[in-house]
Design a protein around this ligand. Structure first.
Ligand code: FEO
Length: 398
C-alpha cells in the first residue's frame, strides 16, 4: 500500500517480508527487505526507481491505482541492479518513450540487463531537472556500490534519494526510522555496510564530504531499502563516516569450524586467554559451519582482531572457512590483526594455509603469532593451557 511522505512525495514501493536471501544466496536477509520507489508530483511527475522483478506486476497495479501512468513525465533510474530496475521492462511497455534519467554507466547497465533502447537521458552531477516549483538535482555516486549508481536531491522538500546508500534490509509496516525497532535497525544497517559497502569506504567518505559541500538542507533521506530516515537523518550519515574509517570496536572474534570438537575446544580456551588479557574486551565465538556467514562478516567488521581455526582435512582446511575467507578477502577489511589455529592428526597443514590466507585477506598477522597454534588429536589439558596462553599473549599484543 502506498503512503504519502510529503504532499509531493509518495512511496510506491514493495515490502518483501519473506525475503531470506539476497544477491542470489550470498547475503542473508533475516528480517526481509523493502524495494522503495517514490513518486514525485509537481507540475511534472517523476517516478524514482521501481522494484525487484518478481513484484513488477504488483508494482504496476499499485502504481496505476495511485496515478494515471500516462501522466508520468520522467522515470529516474538511480541504479540498474534488478532489485530496483526489475519493474522497468513491464512499466516501459506501458509508457514507451518516457525519458529514463540515469548516468552514462546506467545506460550501459540497463541495456546490458534488459537489451532495450529506452529513451535514455544521461545526467551528471549537478544537473537539474525541473518538476515545476521543485527540482531534482542529480549526484553521481559511482561504486556506491555499482558504477552506475546516483543519488537525487529534491529541492523544496529537502529530501535525498540515496539509492542503496544508507539502506538496510528490514521490512517494516511503519516505514520510518523512528518507528522501527532500534536494535534491529542498527543491526541491519551495520550488516549492510559491512557486507556491501566496506570495499568502497574511501568513496563513502568522499561522497558524504561532497554532498556536505553543496550546503543543501536535509530533512529526510529516502534510501531504496528499508526505512526512511525521517528522525535525525544525519545519524546514519555520522555512522557511515565512522564505519568508513577503518572501523573497529574493542572486540575479538574467534571463527572456527570443527570435526570432532578439538578445534572448538581450542577456540574456547583461547577465548578464556583473550578475556584475561583485557577485562573490557568483548570476545565472540562463531562456528563457521553453523553460524550465518554474513553475520560473521559483520562481527569481523566490528572486531579489531580475529582468530581463525580449522582442523586439517585433506591437507587443507574446512570448506566453511574457505567460503567465508573468500568473502572477507573481497571486502578488504583494514587495520585488523589475525592468527590461525587448529587441531590435526598427522600432516597438519591447516594452520599454515589459514595464516597465508589471512594475510591474503589483508589482516596483519603479528610476528609472534605467525606460526599460529596447533594441537595434535584431541587437545589435552596441556594443549588447552597453551591455547589459553596464546589467547592471552595475542590479546596483550592488540
Ligand atoms: Fe539494492 Fe545495488 O541494489
Amino acid at each position: 500500500m502506498t503512503f504519502k511522505i510529503t504532499d509531493a512525495v509518495t512511496w510506491v514501493g514493495k515490502r518483501d517480508w519473506e525475503l531470506k536471501r539476497f544477491h542470489g544466496e550470498e547475503y542473508s536477509t533475516h528480517k526481509g527487505s523493502t524495494y522503495n520507489a517514490y513518486l514525485v508530483r509537481d507540475q511534472k511527475t517523476a517516478l524514482i526507481e521501481t522494484v525487484w522483478a518478481p513484484f513488477a506486476g504488483e508494482f504496476i497495479e499499485q502504481l496505476k491505482a495511485e496515478v494515471d501512468l500516462k501522466t508520468i513525465d520522467y522515470v529516474i533510474a538511480n541504479h540498474a541492479e534488478s532489485d530496483h530496475s526489475g519493474g522497468l521492462p513491464e512499466l516501459m511497455k506501458l509508457i514507451p518513450g518516457v525519458p529514463v534519467y540515469c548516468t552514462a554507466n546506467g545506460v550501459k547497465s540497463l541495456r546490458g540487463h534488459y537489451h532495450q533502447d529506452w529513451n535514455f537521458q544521461v545526467v551528471k552531477t549537478g544537473q537539474r531537472l525541473s518538476l515545476g516549483s521543485r527540482e531534482l538535482i542529480f549526484i553521481e555516486a559511482p561504486m556506491l556500490h555499482w558504477p552506475d549508481t546516483m543519488f537525487d536531491y529534491l529541492t523544496g522538500e529537502d529530501i535525498l534519494f540515496s539509492n542503496d546508500a544508507f539502506g538496510h534490509h528490514l521490512a517494516t509496516e511503519g516505514m520510518y526510522n523512528d518507528l522501527a525497532d532500534p536494535c534491529a535497525l542498527e543491526a541491519e544497517c551495520i550488516k549492510y555496510y559491512a557486507n556491501i559497502l566496506t570495499p568502497f569506504s574511501a568513496l563513502v567518505k568522499r561522497k558524504i564530504e561532497e554532498f556536505a559541500s553543496l550546503n543543501l538542507p536535509l530533512k529526510m533521506i529516502c534510501p531504496s531499502h528499508g526505512t526512511i530516515w525521517r528522525e535525525n537523518p544525519m545519524q546514519i550519515v555520522s555512522k557511515y563516516l565512522e564505519w568508513s574509517n577503518n572501523y573497529q570496536e574493542n572486540q575479538v572474534s574467534i571463527v572456527y569450524d570443527t570435526m570432532w570438537n578439538g578445534t572448538r575446544r581450542m577456540a574456547e580456551a583461547m577465548a578464556e586467554g583473550l578475556a584475561q588479557s583485557d577485562p573490557a574486551l568483548r570476545v565472540r565465538l562463531f562456528n563457521a559451519g553453523k553460524a550465518d556467514k554474513n553475520d560473521i562478516v559483520t562481527e569481523i567488521f566490528r572486531s579489531k582482531a580475529v582468530l581463525v581455526g580449522s582442523p586439517t582435512i585433506n591437507k587443507g582446511y574446512l570448506s566453511s572457512l574457505g567460503g567465508l575467507l573468500e568473502m572477507v578477502r573481497g571486502l578488504g577489511f583494514k587495520n585488523k590483526k589475525a592468527a590461525a589455529f587448529g587441531a590435526y592428526g598427522w600432516s597438519g597443514e591447516s594452520v599454515k594455509l589459514l595464516t597465508a590466507q589471512l594475510k591474503e585477506c589483508g589482516f596483519e598477522v603479528p610476528a609472534a603469532s605467525d606460526a599460529g597454534i596447533r594441537a595434535m588429536w584431541n587437545p589435552d589439558a596441556d594443549a588447552l593451557e597453551q591455547c589459553r596462553a596464546f589467547g592471552l599473549e595475542f590479546g596483550k599484543s592488540l
